[in-house]
Write a protein that binds this ligand. Structure first.
Ligand code: OAD
Length: 291
């Protein structure tokens, strides 16, 4: 019996059934700490074996185990309201620009210290087994870093841009530079316009080519793998829905329920850094049997 079970039974014996019920609610593990569902992983692997066409929809949960904060969840309602303000183009055009750039600069400074986690590595490993397209909402470079380590670069589409890049808000000139401190409100040397991170904000359009290619991949996919996203932000959240309409099997990996759970065919409740390495091993095992 687990430690939780033993504690619950001991309390129940001394204080009766009512208290046992309360203890169940207070100290039993939350869904995010439940052991991985191996049956679901095996079912998912059956769909990923061979050479299926796979669209992977990635959200900030994939980088959470590398120390990159997610947007929603643990910080609560007030944190979420702050994030919504700091990721809107109107804020850049208001007198809150410096606060916004300070927040982005903190996230840019993180890029120097973070490393891909086992989830990134396993995803790149999966990509080497089939025909994968990754559409990521993440603005870090961790998938590229994992690809470089594996010496294998799958198609990675950045729907929300890149934090490594700096762009002029007025003339659109962009370049990669992590040394520039955006909190000092630097200006463009060509037109004098304000420089900003190369990300997409609420109120702006997504990069056309990345969105177009993702949309095409969603229509052609046999499987759509949804990793670490709440599925709340469109148009990225619409890709799995399109994939489903075009006949794809949807597989979600997330420790918590999301807006896409209801339409997912297979749900694996767990962290991507823990689930994906197991999934990769199972897919590789099945592929070996096939040979
Ligand atoms: P959210 O912060 O909305 O959701 C993060 C998701 O990651 C949640 O569903 C968590 O349960 C899950 N999660 C947390 N830890 C995890 C782990 N270790 N493994 C797997 N999943 C985990 O992040 P996104 O869905 O990426 O846009 O948010 C989408 C967009 O909203 C962002 O790109 C950003 C934001 O506003 C812009 O800034 C334009």
């Amino acid at each position: 019996m687990s430690l939780f079970g033993r504690i619950r039974n001991r309390i129940a014996r001394s204080a009766g059934r009512a208290l046992s019920h309360i203890v169940d609610r207070i100290i039993l593990p939350s869904p995010s700490t439940h052991p991985m569902n191996l049956t679901s992983i095996k079912r998912a692997a059956q769909h990923l074996k061979g050479q299926p066409r796979v669209l992977v929809c990635v959200g900030s949960g994939l980088s959470a185990e590398s120390g990159v904060p997610t947007f929603r969840g643990p910080g609560g309602m007030f944190y979420e309201a702050k994030i919504a303000r700091l990721t809107h183009v109107d804020t850049f055009e208001s007198d809150q620009r410096r606060e916004m750039m300070g927040w982005y600069q903190e996230r840019r400074d993180l890029l120097d210290t973070i490393k891909p986690n086992p989830g990134h590595h396993a995803l790149i490993g999966l990509c080497q087994t089939g025909n994968y397209t990754i559409a990521t909402q993440n603005v870090d470079h961790l998938l590229e870093a994992a690809s470089d380590e594996a010496d294998f670069r799958p198609e990675i589409l950045h729907l929300h841009g890149s934090l490594l890049e700096v762009r002029c808000h007025d003339c659109g000139r962009s370049f990669e530079d992590l040394t520039l401190d955006l909190e000092t409100l630097p200006t463009c040397e060509h037109c004098g316009g304000p420089l900003r991170p190369g990300v997409v904000w609420f109120g702006e359009s997504l990069p056309h080519a990345a969105l177009q290619t993702s949309a095409e991949a969603s229509q052609q996919a046999d499987v759509c793998l949804i990793l670490g996203t709440s599925g709340l932000v469109h148009p990225a959240a619409a890709l799995p829905e399109t994939a489903r309409q075009f006949g794809a099997t949807l597989i979600e990996v997330n420790p918590n329920p999301t807006a896409l759970s209801d339409i997912s065919d297979i749900i694996i409740r767990g962290k991507t850094g823990e689930v994906l390495p197991v999934l990769l091993k199972e897919v590789e095992r099945l592929n070996k049997i096939k040979e």
